[in-house]
Design a protein around this ligand. Structure first.
Ligand code: BES
Ligand code: ZN
Length: 593
């Protein structure tokens, strides 16, 4: 039972989707028909999830039936379709509305090339139902075909077999032959081009971005090979990446065959491509073996952080992987402190309790980094060889199935803990708060070096005299995160003159620097801050920057002013978080003045 989907209330299931869509870039609407092959399983009703859709017509085996929509809630509205044991196809003709939170429609000005509009979808966690009627539960899988009609100067791509060149008439057809959950159905439409990266990999992006992207992601094919060497064959055919405009609310999204990625990982030096390793790793953890409900989200993300780290280690060595682990642990410690301080200790359990809440609330460092720490502990207890064999067997055994926390724990006990006579306090890890004391502690002498230079700087050595030659992005991130809390304008100027943070083209470095600047009211960085917040829509960067801003009276005014004009550039999922943080409905200009 999935508390975030109406569909699981009846046993009838969709099996295959045939989607026929027209994309109206001017009216900002999708119009079309979703037809499903179904299995009635003895039920007299099949239930689909919908949210903010306008439904024109429903048919069963070609015959029209009444449109029966349930009451709206945070889950949207259930669509009840009467069926019997002979029903094998249902079809829903519909159009999307302004309430389609999965869709972000961008004007030409919001794209890199500034010439054509752009559209992308974001399904996870429960947003696919805002752009098609579907059984929107991660425990229900379907294959799909789609025909998508777009203006002929644009190209459409999906989480499916994809075109590499523009069609003459703007019509594109797609197939996803492996069964996937609805949250992985995805579409992007824009003036994009394709560049191959190797035999099985390539990248899509707007013209002014695509060559930079191809250079940045040159290691993708090697990542894929490393992943296969670890945990078995890649089962999806091709692996491509599309670089979206900067308002994409996430770093990346693991849509099968086609990862969606933020342009903020294009740093010009390949330093932020662990994100590609992460989304690629989801081709096993998440897309192949899928969390059965959003309470089991750590099975997707914790495993993926572990797998991502192993790919990074295979390609770039243990030092590199170790630094990533430490940065992740720092994030986790910060989140844990915050969650405990604000009375949300329950949310620090690996197994979540999201009933009645938006599953997006579960997207915290817990699933990612506490999940990672748990797997790292298991690895350290049984040894890497044994652990790798276990994981490989797990992905194979449960391929194309969904997984609950309990089912995983039973399998873990049977296949790994019992045979090796290993004791772990599972209850503390899975259903207890905080980070258990036996969590392995990542270490790196690369960061010790950074700590020493920070100490020298605090002792009076000017920034330009510090031994920072050859530092990589992770070392700079560690440096920026560990500066003393209070800094004078002279100190900030000293750092910026030596290291040029304000003009950094590396979004991680720039964001970490801007946080320090806000904390210390460093005016000199405010135009860069304004520019960053007005163009980048990646929630992971926005949240800490706005949070730091609203900590002071002056900053609060600035935050409101910037948000008032930037809000329309942000995706609905980022807007939801920021509206709440900034108490926006109460402080909207209309309401205030
Ligand atoms: N699947 C997630 C993104 C997501 C999670 C979207 C939950 C909606 C709801 C994706 O794989 C992810 O984890 N992205 C991270 C990057 C990663 C390197 C940690 C992100 O976007 O920051
Ligand atoms: Zn992920």
């Amino acid at each position: 039972m999935d508390v975030h989907s109406h569909a699981s209330a009846s046993p009838a299931r969709i099996e295959h989707l045939d989607l026929d869509l027209q994309v109206d870039m001017t009216e900002r609407r999708l119009l079309g028909t979703a037809s499903y092959r179904i299995r009635p399983h003895g039920a007299d009703t099949i239930i689909l999830d919908t949210d903010a859709l306008e439904i024109a017509k429903v048919t069963v085996n070609g015959k029209e039936v009444p449109v029966l929509l349930g009451a709206p809630s945070i889950l949207g509205r259930a669509l009840h379709i009467p069926i019997d044991s002979n029903s094998n196809t249902i079809a829903v003709t519909y159009r999307t509305t302004e309430g389609a939170r999965a869709l972000q429609w961008l004007s030409p000005q919001q794209t890199a090339d500034r010439t054509h509009p752009f559209l992308f979808t974001q399904g996870q966690a429960i947003l696919t139902r805002t752009w098609m009627p579907v059984q929107d539960s991660p425990g229900i899988r379907i294959t799909y075909d789609a025909t998508v009609r777009v203006p002929k100067e644009l190209m459409a791509v999906m989480s499916a077999s994809n075109p590499q060149v523009r069609s003459a008439d703007g019509v594109y057809t797609f197939q996803m032959e492996q069964p996937i959950p609805a949250y992985l159905i995805a579409l992007a439409v824009g003036d994009i081009e394709f560049r191959p990266l190797g035999e099985r990999c390539g990248v899509y992006a707007e013209r002014s971005v695509v060559d930079k992207a191809a250079w940045e992601f040159a290691d993708t094919e090697r990542m894929l090979q490393a992943a296969e060497a670890l945990y078995g064959p890649y089962r999806w055919g091709r692996y491509d990446v599309i670089v979206l405009p900067p308002s994409f609310p996430f770093g990346g999204m693991e849509n099968p065959r086609l990862t969606f990625a933020t342009p903020t990982i294009i740093a010009g030096d390949r330093s932020l491509t662990a994100l590609i390793a992460h989304e690629l790793a989801h081709s096993w953890s998440g897309n192949l073996v899928t969390n059965a409900t959003w309470n089991d989200f750590w099975l997707n993300e914790g495993f993926t952080v572990y797998f991502e780290n192993r790919i990074s280690e295979a390609l770039y060595g243990p030092d590199h992987a170790g630094m990533l682990q430490i940065l992740g642990r720092q994030d986790l410690q910060g989140s844990l402190e915050h969650m405990h301080a604000t009375g949300h200790a329950e949310d620090t359990h690996l197994r979540l309790h999201l009933d009645g809440r938006d599953p997006d609330d579960g997207m915290t460092d817990i699933a990612y980094e506490k999940g990672f720490a748990f797997l790292k502990l298991l690895e350290s207890k049984v040894g890497r060889e044994r652990f790798d064999a276990f994981l490989r067997g797990y992905f194979d055994r449960f391929a194309f199935q969904s997984m609950t926390t309990d089912k995983f724990l039973a399998y873990l006990d049977e296949e790994l803990l019992k045979p090796t006579n290993t004791k772990v306090d599972i209850a503390a890890w899975v259903d207890g708060p905080g980070l258990p004391a036996d969590a392995p502690v990542p270490v790196s002498d690369k960061f010790d070096q950074v700590d020493r230079e920070i100490a020298r700087w605090q002792g009076g050595t000017p920034a330009a005299k510090l031994a920072t030659q050859g530092w990589n992005t992770f070392q700079w991130m560690h440096f920026l995160r560990h500066l003393p809390k209070d800094l004078t304008t002279a100190q900030l100027n000293d750092l910026d003159a030596a290291f040029k943070f304000t003009s950094s083209g590396n979004a991680e470095v720039l964001a970490a620097w801007l946080e320090q600047c806000i904390r210390n009211d460093h005016d000199a960085a405010y135009s860069a801050l304004d520019r960053f917040l007005s163009t980048v829509g990646r929630r992971k960067f926005l949240v800490p920057l706005y949070k730091e801003l609203i900590a002071t009276e002056k900053g609060r005014v600035m935050a409101r002013t910037i948000y008032a004009s930037a809000r329309s550039n942000y995706h609905a999922v980022a807007v939801r978080t920021l509206d709440e943080m900034l108490d926006w409905s109460a402080t909207k200009p209309e309401a205030t003045f």
